[in-house]
Design a protein around this ligand. Structure first.
Ligand code: NAP
Length: 308
């Protein structure tokens, strides 16, 4: 099969940090164009709208949509209607309904839709899943604490309604949790802390249980300075398992497990190529559903205003 002619839409931080280098190294793709209101990619034709890009470069087979989630549905809809395969950055949209609607549309139009969850491709995730699947889990504790000023400077969209606030990183933890737990989990109660001057939470505390009653506690906080923490700790019948630094390291019973090299975005592109080649889609909305449940179930607390 010839390489898939790919275009990037929304040339910002994640497009530059991860998408462009991963596409460059993947022979299944040729990057043929980009569409972004301000950003550009060297060496290929650039457009300020997707419409102009599709008209000028009709050979585009697929697009990677890297803009913030609030603006992704319209772009995905337009791309699918134009017959393009679509890779959605995480989270796949601003609402569950729009993502479900896109999945139906992609199916109807016979194109592949990929709702990507990069953290699921972290080196320790599959080993953690296999360990948890073969032992009794007593409890799970997620600690996802980072410094928003460091990781999300000047990103106004992240603080707006639909921008998810602390769930923007927190959904990565939920994407791992929903992949590694052998039973479904449900939110029983939650507290969301909103800065008085913002529309999205700066911290969230989620109390969940699995379908068989295993307690799962998640703490997300964007006010962490100093050491940053992205850990999932499981107490099990075979000892303590810790998935450390967003899944990049794993210990079981205090011993480090040997893992492959980090390759989250290269793996996402490998998966996308497989989906396109096999005429399939992969649209798991479980992590986004938990975020929606947290907003639906959560008590609100208002905390001091946040300024960049
Ligand atoms: P970003 O740099 O703030 O935004 C990406 C680009 O989207 C912007 O440069 C902008 O390009 C375009 N954009 C912004 N507002 C838009 C609007 N109203 N309509 C259309 N396009 C708009 O954000 P990012 O950090 O790359 O994050 C984008 C997505 O990737 C988010 O869903 C995020 O969760 C996910 N992600 C980010 C990271 C990370 O480390 N940053 C990691 C993993 C996943 P133009 O102005 O040129 O149109």
């Amino acid at each position: 099969m010839p390489p898939i002619n790919l275009a990037i839409v929304g040339v910002g931080k994640i497009a530059r940090d991860q998408h462009l280098p991963s596409i460059e190294r993947n022979a299944d793709f040729t990057l043929v164009a980009a569409a972004s209101r301000n950003g550009t990619v060297d060496g290929i034709p650039n457009f300020t709208t997707m419409k102009a890009m599709f008209e000028a470069v009709p050979t585009i087979d697929a697009v990677s949509l890297c803009m913030p989630p609030q603006f992704r549905y319209d772009a995905a809809y337009e791309a699918i209607l134009a017959g393009k395969h679509v890779f959605l950055e995480k989270p796949p949209g601003a609402t569950l309904s729009e993502v479900e609607s896109l999945a139906s549309l992609a199916n109807e139009k016979g194109v592949s839709l990929f709702a990507s969850w990069h953290s699921r491709y972290a080196p320790g995730v599959e080993a953690a899943k296999s360990f948890l699947g073969s032992n009794t889990i007593q409890s799970v504790h997620i600690v996802w604490k980072e410094d928003v000023r460091h990781w999300h400077p000047n990103q106004d969209w992240i603080w707006q309604a639909g921008g998810l606030g602390v769930f923007d990183p927190g959904i990565n933890a939920l994407s791992i949790l929903t992949h590694i737990m052998p039973n479904p989990v449900f939110i029983r109660s939650a507290t969301l802390e909103f800065p008085e001057n913002r529309q999205a939470p700066i911290a969230a505390d989620l109390k969940m249980t699995s379908a068989i009653g295993t307690p799962v506690h998640a703490e997300f906080d964007w006010r962490q300075t100093g050491k940053q923490t992205w850990d999932i700790i499981a107490e099990t019948s075979a000892g303590q398992m810790i998935l450390i630094d967003g899944g990049s390291k794993l210990t079981i019973g205090g011993k480090a497990v040997s893992l492959p090299e980090e390759a989250e975005y290269p793996e996402l592109y490998r998966r996308f190529a497989d989906l396109v080649k096999n005429g399939k889609s992969d649209v798991d909305i479980a992590p986004l559903r938990h975020v929606a449940d947290a907003f639906m179930m959560g008590e609100r607390a208002f905390v001091e205003p946040f300024h960049d």
